[in-house]
Design a binder for this molecule. Structure first.
Ligand code: NAD
Length: 337
């Protein structure tokens, strides 16, 4: 490829500068729960990094932020090794990128990759729950994808998270992944309380959820109206696993786990676009904040064929909506507090 060249000094310096900005932002976002730059700014830095690395592949080293998930964990919590790596998601910011994702899936899968499952991208924090013989034995944040933070006592206080699975066909061991979030109304009330108490409010529901869950004292977490929705599984042992993502959701629901009912299984790109457009116009219908839509290949066998890159599955993509005025306004207000 004529475009590929060894990085010049200028490219190398810009890469190092961007990597440092991103690492700093990661630490503030994932460890301190208190970001100082907007998601749009962060995404722009990541995009520039990726473009530089595409042009100069020698810059794409394993320690580049483009190759890593999240951030190293805080020392405030005990470390937990995930039984299976927790990944991130690749982003599409427009229809062309969405179409390119689908075209790649068609190229790489051994069969037609559809149907697809479309669902909402909940703006919370990723948590893994481990059930052994139906009992919740551990809950952990994503961390860097391999090692997360042990937040078991905190997650036990989240309403809707079962301490025991229900039904006759409970797997011996199951690791489920999902999003812990604060409903928009709970976020508003929490910020009011914090301000009344002379404390600084959270910038957005995502940070308030992360800040509320990652408390040393689970009694504080218990006072926050957190919820959880599960949207994936890691390890699964001792019962027949479902063969599609949508059947998996039915199965998780029958085990008593909180699953979203705002998902749709569709044939192809046109219907994916319709789903994306619908929720762009109905973004505030759900009780929680969303920052986009997630599209997943529904059949597990095709998911396996597509596999993963260094940090994200090739069988899923996050379509991100443009940032909203409201969030900016909220940030502006916060500056004045
Ligand atoms: P991501 O948030 O873009 O996507 C991956 C995550 O989406 C998964 O871990 C999962 O927990 C979550 N998710 C929500 N709904 C889901 C669903 N239905 N199905 C599957 N997964 C679902 O990626 P990321 O790696 O967690 O974070 C990167 C993003 O975080 C950036 O694009 C940026 O928006 C934000 N960020 C911002 C700053 C900042 O300083 N502002 C810093 C770091 C990260």
């Amino acid at each position: 490829d004529a475009e590929v060249e060894v990085a010049s000094t200028a490219a190398r310096e810009r890469h190092a500068e961007l990597a440092e900005l991103v690492e700093e932002a990661n630490w503030r976002y994932y460890v301190l729960d208190s970001p100082t730059v907007s998601d749009a700014q962060y995404d722009a830095w990541m995009r520039e990094l990726k473009e530089l690395e595409q042009k100069h592949p020698d810059l794409r080293t394993p320690d580049s932020p483009t190759q890593k998930v999240g951030a190293p964990i805080s020392t405030e919590f005990a470390a937990v090794e995930h039984l299976q790596r927790m990944e991130s998601l690749d982003n599409a910011f427009d229809e062309a990128e969405l179409a390119a994702w689908q075209a790649r899936a068609e190229r790489l899968a051994e069969t037609e990759p559809g149907p697809y499952l479309c669902e909402l991208k909940i703006d919370g924090l990723a948590v893994a729950l481990l059930y052994e013989k139906g009992r919740l034995v551990r809950a952990a944040t994503r961390g860097d994808g391999r090692t997360g933070e042990d937040v078991t006592p905190n997650v036990r206080t989240v309403r809707g998270v079962p301490h025991r699975l229900t039904g006759d066909d409970v797997p011996d061991l199951v690791e489920v992944r999902g999003e812990v979030f604060l409903p928009v109304e709970g976020f508003r009330q929490l910020n009011e309380q914090l301000m009344d108490a002379g404390k600084s409010p959270f910038a957005n529901p995502r940070n308030s959820a992360a800040g509320s869950l990652r408390q040393k004292d689970p009694r504080i977490t218990a006072q926050r109206p957190l919820r959880m929705i599960v949207h994936g599984v890691g390890k699964w042992e001792g019962a027949e696993p479902p063969v599609t993502q949508s059947q998996m959701y039915d199965r998780l629901k029958s085990l008593g786990l909180p699953v979203s009912d705002r998902y749709q299984v569709v044939r192809g790109l046109d219907e994916i676009r319709e789903f994306v457009k619908y929720y762009e116009e109905h973004r505030h219908d759900p009780e929680y904040e969303i920052d986009g839509v997630v599209v997943k290949v529904d059949r597990v066998v095709v998911q396996r064929q597509l596999g993963s890159t260094s940090k994200s599955p090739r069988w899923a993509i996050a379509f991100k909506y443009p940032p909203e005025e409201v969030t900016t306004k909220l940030r502006d207000i916060q500056v004045g507090v």
